[in-house]
Design a protein around this ligand. Structure first.
Ligand SMILES: [Zn+2]
Length: 140
């Protein structure tokens, strides 16, 4: 189906002006959606190709590393136990840290000392002036 043109609208009295506009609007929307779908499919294809390349590279790296470690071990250049321990430590260091503790002490901000009354007040209840923090009570 194509857009309904000016002459078709003029010569065919089965189609009203509003119907033509609605049909053409829907046609344009469908074309936009088809274009977006095509772009998304292209992006997915690119990602797939990249994943394949990366997978191949990982296999090659693994093979190279295995050969390297085996050669070093077989020629007594390094101690297998030491290598194991170091590898474990490095892997532990590389893995993401556990989520931060959300205890009250960790979250609570340090209180400010009001420059007028010298009392400790929560940072949220102070106003920072040019001279230092002033609590809301002294500010009033
Ligand atoms: Zn104060």
């Amino acid at each position: 189906m194509a857009r309904i043109g000016f002459w078709q609208l003029l010569l065919d009295d089965r189609v009203s002006y509003w119907e033509r506009n609605a049909i053409n609007g829907a046609y344009d929307q469908a074309e936009i959606a088809a274009g977006q779908a095509e772009a998304a499919s292209f992006t997915i294809g690119q990602l797939q190709a990249r994943m394949t390349t990366m997978g191949r590279e990982i296999v090659m790296l693994r093979a190279a590393l295995t050969v390297l470690v085996n050669t070093l071990r077989d020629t007594n250049v390094l101690n297998p136990a030491l290598l194991e321990a170091r590898l474990e430590a490095a892997l532990e260091e590389a893995s993401p840290p556990p989520p931060p503790q959300t205890t009250a002490t960790a979250v609570a901000p340090r209180p400010y000392v009001c420059i007028k009354c010298r009392q400790e007040v929560a940072a949220a209840a102070t106003t920072m002036t040019a001279d230092g923090p002033v609590c809301d009570r002294c500010l009033r």
